[in-house]
Structures are given as structure tokens and as C-alpha cells.
Design a protein around this ligand. Structure first.
Ligand code: HAM
Length: 422
């Protein structure tokens, strides 16, 4: 019988990979906690209408990429394709938004029916940040600086570029949209097929087109910057000033519009050229209209989400994962002779009692080539226990491959203490 396999584009994360995920998650959590963000955990399934109303009916995500199904009651549900809509829904439902300032983060799987390729999956993971109740550019600067701090801690700062743009108010964008449609409609036959369709449905997305002819046509098209309202202009200039003061480098990209409908004013993406086509590792912006659109009171908001798989790919490509991260234990403990195994089990626990945080793994199985096997585990500390003629425990400790022979039991622990505390 044919074996059942995982769904295309949905990956198992195996034990050789989980330490890297945990390393990334740990680093992200430390940064988020340094900024006072609180974690929110939302369900992975929501009513379909939540995503239609927030992401937009005529976006790629809603038109083509959602995993939508009817449950047994005939209610239309969708596996979340992103976290912002769910986070707004949860915060509004539990009264966390009105007249409050909030800084939230979440992590977990998201689902999009896209064509799988390197860096693009059907189940992928995001860590997202959403802030509410703060209308000024200071919080836009904060979320961008927070992400920059994370890149710095991961050693990625030189490998990613911040692309920045402002979409202006809804009114400014509507005026611009009209001008763009007029310009492009007169040249419709020169547009690529996708852009011709978008001209009717979502014209701003044409700015994102990868087609060279379309991009050339856009060189002479009206630019959004010329249509910006004064408030958005001011907001953007305050933001860029703060980023300048903080030493965060950016490129202003007037064609950056993002693929979700809820944005206004600031939008940004962190991109890398080291991952091929799927080079955006983190993206977000301001969405002041979304809470109201979903039935709440007007609430300014700004956030971003990063793609965990892409960040891990990038860390691996650049060889930036610290050696120790992949090692699941610090000390490997085995017995030199048969008959000592019960002592090994107990001794391992004594070590765990005495050295808080020391990760000890014991050898279970045959004694053949035991020294060699213990060393092959790659553990920085290896301890082989044996007994003296008087049946007292003693042992040999290896530290980074260098053996320290014939230690009495007390000396063994002292040696481990000196290594562990160093
Ligand atoms: P997004 O640009 O759709 O924005 O996704 C954010 C990030 O998730 C992307 O930059 C990318 O790193 C990762 N990502 C997206 N799709 C895939 C995929 N199929 N496979 C692997 N990684 C992927 C949002 O989701 C917004 N909710 C971000 C946001 C939060 N804006 C404001 N707050």
C-alpha cells in the first residue's frame, strides 16, 4: 500500500532543525520582551468573512490562496493566512482596544495555497507584532527599530535592507488610484496579463509587477508621493527623521504597496538578495482603518510579521547559527564497564541536581567502543564512569576532545564545575 505523505508545501520540522527554530524563537522573545510586548495566542481557524473583510476581496490571498471549508454546521471557516486580522478580532472581542495602548506579539503557523518553492510554503510560520492606540510616528519607528535590533542580534543586519514607503490617507490613495488607472488604461495593451486584470480589480498592485515592460511603463506614470496628504507627509518625515537619528538605514521605494488592502501611511519590508525570489523576510505597516472596518471604534494600529522559514534559511545560508545551538546536550555520560548502568542513571540525576541548566544525556546500550561512541556525539563534555577496586566511583572527563584521566568521584564533579562555570 502506498505510504501516506505530508501535504505538499507543509513541512515537518525534525530534531536536527528544531534547535535552530528554538534559537530563533528565543532571540525574538528576548527582543520583544526588551520592548515590553505581550504575547497573544489566537486560534488557527476563523470565520472566512474576517479575512475577506480585512485583507480585501480582490487580493491574491483572498481570491486564490485561502484554505476555506464548511464545517459540519455549514459555516464557512478559513485556516488563517496571516495573523493581523485574527489579532484585531481577538483584541476587539475582549475589549482590549478602546482607549488603550497595546503592544502584542504572536507566533504560529499560517496557511496559503501558493505554489511551493524555496522560501514559499503552504503552511509557514510567522512571528508578528501588532500595536494599537498610537497614532504617531514614534511607534512606527519603534516597531522598525525592534526588527532592526533583532537582525543585529542574529548577525543579519548587513544582509537585509529596509524598504520604506507611505501610502497616505485613504482619500489620497483613491485620488492617486484614479490618476494611475487613467494613465495605464491609455496603455492597457502594453501591460502584462496579470496587470491588465489588476487594472480592473486592484490597480495599485500593478506597481509591484515583476514584468519588465510594465515596470518600464511605470517609469513615466504618476507617482503616489505627489498625491500625499499633508498629514501623511508629516508622519512620514517624522518617521524617517527618527530612523535617521537611530542610525537605521532605509531605502524609500515609492512602488512598495504591499499585497493586503488594510494599509495606510507607513509600509515597509525587510528584503534580502541572498534567498532568490522569496527575499522578503519581514513586512508590515500602519493600518489605522482596520479596527473600525471590523466593527470596532477607530483605533490607530501598526505592526509587522516575519517569515520564520525564510529567516532560518537566511541564517543557514550565511552560516550564522552558533555551533552550540545544534548540540542538544552539554554532557554525555556513559559507563566504562558493564554493570555500572544503574549508577550512570543515578549519577546523571546527581549532576542535574547540582548543575542547574546542565543538559546531560546518558548512554543506553552496548559497551562496545564506548569511548569512541561517546566522543562521536560531539558533546563538549564527555564523562566515562568506572569503579576502583574498592568499588568507589571514579571517571575520565573529556572536555572538547581533551581527556583528563583518572579522577576520583569528587574530582570529577569539581572538574565539571570548573568547566560549567567557565
Ligand atoms: P505578508 O507580507 O503577507 O504580511 O507576510 C509577512 C511575511 O510572512 C512575509 O514577508 C514572508 O516573510 C512571510 N510569508 C508570507 N507568505 C509566505 C509563504 N507562503 N511561505 C513562507 N513565508 C511566507 C502579513 O502577513 C501581514 N499580516 C503583516 C503585518 C502585520 N502587517 C501589519 N501587521
Amino acid at each position: 500500500m502506498a505510504k501516506i505523505k505530508a501535504i505538499r508545501g507543509m513541512n515537518d520540522i525534525l530534531p536536527d532543525q528544531t534547535p535552530v527554530w528554538q534559537y530563533l524563537e528565543r532571540t525574538v522573545k528576548n527582543v520583544l520582551s526588551a520592548y515590553g510586548y505581550s504575547e497573544v495566542r489566537m486560534p488557527v481557524v476563523e470565520q472566512t468573512s474576517l479575512f475577506k473583510r480585512s485583507i480585501g476581496e480582490v487580493t491574491d490571498i483572498v481570491e486564490k490562496e485561502m484554505y476555506t471549508f464548511d464545517d459540519r454546521n455549514g459555516e464557512s471557516l478559513t485556516l488563517r493566512p496571516e495573523g493581523t486580522a485574527s489579532c484585531v478580532r481577538a483584541a476587539e472581542e475582549h475589549g482590549l482596544l478602546f482607549n488603550q495602548m497595546q503592544r502584542f506579539w504572536y507566533q504560529g503557523p499560517m496557511f496559503r495555497y501558493e505554489r511551493p518553492q524555496k522560501g514559499r510554503y503552504r503552511q509557514f510560520h510567522q512571528v508578528g507584532v501588532e500595536t494599537f492606540g498610537m497614532p504617531n510616528a514614534d511607534i512606527d519607528a519603534e516597531v522598525i527599530m525592534l526588527s532592526a535590533r533583532l537582525w543585529k542580534q542574529l548577525g543579519l543586519l548587513d544582509s537585509v535592507t529596509l524598504q520604506l514607503n507611505t501610502l497616505g490617507s485613504n482619500e489620497a490613495r483613491a485620488d492617486y488610484k484614479q490618476a494611475l488607472v487613467e494613465y495605464l488604461s491609455a496603455r492597457k495593451d502594453q501591460l502584462d496579463e496579470d496587470s491588465q486584470r489588476r487594472l480592473e480589480t486592484n490597480p495599485l498592485r500593478i506597481l509591484d509587477s515583476k514584468d519588465q515592460n510594465t515596470q518600464a511603463l511605470l517609469d513615466d506614470a504618476p507617482v503616489l508621493t505627489d498625491y500625499l496628504d499633508e498629514e501623511s507627509r508629516q508622519h512620514f518625515s517624522e518617521l524617517t527623521q527618527m530612523l535617521d537619528d537611530a542610525g537605521v538605514q532605509y531605502e524609500i521605494n515609492p512602488r512598495l504597496v504591499r499585497g493586503l488592502d488594510y494599509y495606510c501611511k507607513t509600509v515597509f519590508e525587510w528584503v534580502t538578495d541572498k534567498l532568490g525570489a522569496q527575499g522578503t523576510v519581514c513586512a508590515g505597516g500602519r493600518y489605522d482603518g482596520l479596527v473600525k472596518q471590523l466593527g470596532g471604534r477607530p483605533t490607530p494600529a501598526v505592526g509587522f510579521a516575519m517569515g520564520v522559514e525564510r529567516l532560518i534559511l537566511l541564517l543557514e545560508t550565511l552560516d550564522l547559527i552558533p555551533q552550540a545551538v545544534k548540540q542538544p546536550f552539554d554532557l554525555y555520560l556513559a559507563a566504562e564497564h558493564k554493570g555500572l548502568q544503574s549508577k550512570v542513571v543515578l549519577y546523571a540525576d546527581r549532576l542535574r541536581d547540582r548543575f542547574e541548566g546542565l543538559r546531560v544525556q546518558i548512554h543506553c546500550g552496548g559497551q562496545k567502543n564506548i569511548r569512541q561512541k561517546a566522543q562521536q556525539t560531539g558533546a563538549p563534555i564527555v564523562l566515562l564512569l568506572k569503579e576502583t577496586d574498592n568499588q568507589e566511583l571514579c571517571g575520565t572527563v573529556w572536555y572538547n576532545g581533551e581527556p583528563i584521566f583518572d579522577l576520583e568521584e569528587g574530582q570529577v564533579q569539581d572538574k565539571i564545575a570548573s568547566i560549567w562555570q567557565a
